[in-house]
Design a binder for this molecule. Structure first.
Ligand code: SF4
Ligand code: SF4
Length: 194
């Protein structure tokens, strides 16, 4: 993949953003010396246009737009392999989490806004039904993303194999699940949760 040249200047560097990511993740990007062990072990590396070590390098250089505009942070599966392998104790999995939070808060158009949409609908379903409702997730995603026929031919196959249900019942403990969401929101308002 061809990458544009990086231009470093006070205009392109946003060290305030980097400090925010460090505060949210509890991990310093300055500890990274670019050994690449995180990327070598990352199971999602082949889906990312920037490997995990390059994401840290961008952060060291204050290149927040490059980080947020890319799809790497959304393909991270939070498996923590990178964190475990890092010889300098850079908690890259937590940094990826923090970056997703920053991207979400920014609400700006990003290349992977469809991933954000899928994430949001996924969580909405959990809150509404107390479990995942795949049929609704796929239908609403297709409508909201404007891809009305996406994966349409897969539907009948999944239904006949019992992998996709037409209708769903709410989890009977839905009130408890709602309490969890309410508690998280209350903690966020107090700044005690990311
Ligand atoms: S946590 Fe994310 S970046 Fe780290 S190894 Fe797993 S998928 Fe890759
Ligand atoms: S393993 Fe740690 S030190 Fe090595 S490149 Fe990844 S984050 Fe940096």
């Amino acid at each position: 993949m061809k990458h544009s040249k990086m231009r470093l200047s006070t205009e392109t560097m946003n060290l305030g953003f980097v400090r925010k990511v460090e505060a949210l993740s509890g991990s310093s990007v300055r500890r990274c010396f670019q050994c690449g062990k995180c990327s070598a072990g990352c199971p999602m590396r082949s889906f990312m246009e920037h490997p995990p070590n390059r994401i840290v390098r961008f952060l060291q250089l204050g290149q927040y737009e490059r980080v947020l505009a890319g799809r790497s942070i959304w393909y991270c599966a939070s498996c923590e392999t990178c964190t475990t392998r890092c010889p300098n104790k850079v908690d890259l999995a937590a940094i990826m989490d923090a970056l997703r939070k920053c991207s979400w808060d920014a609400k700006g158009p990003s290349k992977e806004s469809l991933v954000q949409l899928a994430n949001r609908l996924f969580i909405e379903n959990i809150r509404t039904y107390g479990r995942q409702y795949e049929m609704r997730l796929a239908a609403v995603f297709n409508v909201k993303s404007g891809q009305f026929l996406k994966d349409l031919m897969l539907g009948p196959k999944l239904i006949t194999k019992g992998k996709l249900r037409m209708f769903h019942q709410k989890n009977r403990n839905i009130a408890e699940i709602e309490n969890i969401f309410a508690r998280i929101e209350a903690l966020r308002k107090k700044g005690e949760a990311p």
